[in-house]
Write a protein that binds this ligand. Sequence first.
Ligand SMILES: [Zn+2]
Length: 281
Amino acid sequence: MSEESQYSEHPGGWIEWFCAHEDHQFLSEVDEEFIRDPFNLIGIKGKFNFFNEAISMILQPTSPEDQDLEDERFLEVYQEASDIYGLLHARFIFTSKGSAIMRERFLQGKFGHCPRIYCEKQNVIPIGLCEDLKTARIKVFCPRCEEVYMPKKKCADIDGAYFGKSFPQYLLMTYPDLHPKFQLLPDTQIQVDFEPTLFGFKIAGKQGSKIKKIEQQQQYNHTITQSNISSIEQNILLQEQKQYRIQKQQQHQEQQEDHQQQSDQNKEQTHKKKNKKKHKH
Ligand SMILES: [Zn+2]
């Protein structure tokens, strides 16, 4: 029995059971406190029909029984509970505790490696291509070639919205030491041992050779590396600016919603007062 399927021997709560599922290997366990905090549920509640039932299902201290999984009503609530958990997960991994968990899992290669041969099995980070549910399944982002790939591991059941599209950039900004650009610094990038050969024979610097000297080649490598670093830094800066704009927009929307609620309440109160006055007359 694999390590991840031992949950039946250790009956934990719904969260532990859900994350131990074979298809859910990319998911981390979200703290119960985080789920109970109403602030973290803002903007999620309105999207679901069985919200309260789903939240109590997520917070169940025991895992579901086999007979529960045959109950239609249970499955309806379960579907919503999965998506609510996923959306909360997408927020949890942006907290200091959540990102620390994801950092460890990234370092352990739990999300797989880049399939591109030049990336030398660079560990990848989960990414969603859309923040909305049921739009795109989970993908993985390689911080070295900055490309997005289909993950190799079985995780077909995970919606990309369970991670969101800014997570890799956030993780790399929070823990800059994870960024492969630190492995590409001129001191480490230039391959001192590199000597161009043809069928095993050295060709650089020989009579009639069109290959330039190794030092020139190294200088060329150096410039390439420098330009790579500056383009990576530019990308990070752009991502930072984008995230800042998104945060501002969200704050603005929330403020507007609050104002709307307050004005609605005021209207209701004045309406009631008027009604009372009418009744008195
Ligand atoms: Zn790559």
